[in-house]
Design a protein around this ligand. Structure first.
Ligand code: SF4
Length: 449
């Protein structure tokens, strides 16, 4: 049994999908910096594109995404017009010789849009950027509104990966989270995807939901695994009603706490392993022949805003309200408010709200944290090009790690820092010891377990 250690499990630390984390973005970095970073992308570079669709048919009460339920389909179509303007405007600054290796649609529910509208967005991107037969298209879908036409449209443009929310298969839990989705429907959608030749299917499962028990989690993981998707992501519900107001609909008295949450995470993990899936990082699972597991095994796994990935791109360009772009020089985030996003585009600007420059020291920390989050260990000598053991940063990191070492969460062998088995669930706490910026800016992190 994994030990629940409240002082670490309840700590609010970043998920480290970026470094510095998004809470350190500020308005001092904006359109001017973004334009210059786009201009730095050159012929040898590979690109990843992210398109955010902030609309859903109904709101799941646990949702932590940037989304809304529009009161008319015109609102979504207006948004798509703005998106197309943004694609053209950004495309003008980027070299056509940089190759797009990956296009990801996230949300929200990208398949909220009709298939022909998704096709228009893809074609708009293809006009501005260099796609090839190797470009992979991945999309987050809500199986309740995915049609055969959606699938057929997407597969016209290349290799497709689909990620779908399953969360919990039991109707009592589904009622408590306002997401009613029969397992038969999930089965039908999986069959349709396979018939259409979709290369890879991921399912999301959750623990820590209201009314959920270890048995619920085990049953959900087992039934979902019986459909043999290629990958799973298993997330703990983050209850942040001060930030996501719709979560107030969730009855807090029904939320599992403490060791129960940890047992649920363990139940999901154990069940998926029994079904032949390999654990990857803190929350992913894949079949042994899946590229994600191979990358993990070979030490090439990456971590970005979508979680664990094999995406090798040098730069990530985000489109749509709230999307984040990642560049060697820094990060940039678009205006999250849909109205303001459209207004900025109407004024002829790039719709940027904030960002952060990445210094040389940040880049070193980013590399160390990424390896820890992916491999559970890091060799500081390799990662930092010869860390100087006398430096004040090194001494600060070692003193921050000392209590975790005493609690048996981490081993330190010369310059190799390695999470123990007991420490693996707390890898975010270990990574936080390297984060000298933690404590700056607005804090909105979820707890570790
Ligand atoms: S479908 Fe996904 S994005 Fe939309 S409300 Fe539910 S969890 Fe959030």
């Amino acid at each position: 049994m994994t030990t629940y250690l409240p002082k670490y499990a309840q700590a609010a630390v970043p998920r480290y999908t970026s470094y510095p984390p998004a809470t350190q973005f500020h308005e001092g970095v904006g359109g001017r910096e973004y334009q210059s970073w786009l201009g730095e992308i050159d012929a040898g570079d590979t690109l990843s594109l992210y398109v955010h669709i902030p609309f859903c048919q109904t709101l799941c009460w646990y949702c932590g995404c940037h989304t809304t339920v529009p009161n008319s389909s015109e609102r979504a179509l207006d948004y798509v017009e703005a998106l197309k303007t943004e694609i053209m405007r950004v495309g003008k600054h980027v070299s056509r010789s940089a190759k797009v290796v990956h296009l990801h649609f996230g949300g929200g529910t990208p398949n909220y849009l009709p298939p022909e509208t998704l096709a228009e967005i893809i074609e708009g991107l293809m006009e501005q950027f260099s796609f090839s037969a190797e470009t992979e298209i991945s999309i987050e879908v809500d199986p309740r509104s995915l049609s055969r036409e959606h699938i057929k449209t997407l597969t016209r443009y290349g290799k497709v990966r689909v990620s779908m929310g399953v969360q919990d298969v039991s109707s009592d839990v589904q009622q408590l989270i306002n997401r009613i989705q029969s397992f038969d429907l999930v089965r039908v959608v999986v069959d349709q995807l396979r018939e259409a030749g979709v290369d890879s299917i991921n399912m999301d499962l959750m623990y820590g939901l209201p009314g959920q028990s270890v048995d619920h989690v085990r049953k959900s993981a087992s039934m979902a695994a019986s459909l043999e998707p290629d990958r799973f992501a298993v997330f703990g519900y983050a209850h942040v009603p001060w930030f996501k107001k719709h979560q107030r609909a969730i009855d807090e008295a029904l939320l599992p706490e403490g060791q129960e949450r940890m047992d649920q995470a363990e139940a999901a993990r154990g069940t998926l392993i029994e079904h032949g899936y390999e654990p990857i990082g803190i929350d992913h699972f894949a079949k042994p022949d899946d590229p994600l597991f191979k990358a993990y095994r070979d030490g090439h796994l990456r971590r970005n805003f979508q979680g664990y990935t094999v995406d090798p791109a040098s730069a990530l360009i985000g489109f749509g309200a709230s999307s984040i772009g990642s560049f060697e020089e820094g990060y940039i985030q678009n205006e999250p408010h849909i109205g303001k996003y459209k207004e900025a585009l109407g004024r002829g600007e790039l719709p940027v709200a904030r960002g952060v420059m990445v210094s040389e020291a940040d880049r070193r920390t980013r590399a160390v944290i990424e390896r820890l989050m992916c491999d559970f260990e890091v060799d500081l000598q390799e990662m930092t090009d010869g860390v100087r053991c006398g430096t004040s940063t090194y001494l600060l990191v070692m003193s921050a790690l000392e209590p975790l070492r005493k609690d048996g969460l981490v081993d330190i062998d010369q310059l190799v820092v390695r999470a123990t088995q007991k420490g693996r669930p707390y890898i975010r706490n270990i990574a936080a010891c390297f984060d000298m910026g933690l404590g700056q800016g607005e804090q909105r992190f979820s707890r570790v377990v």
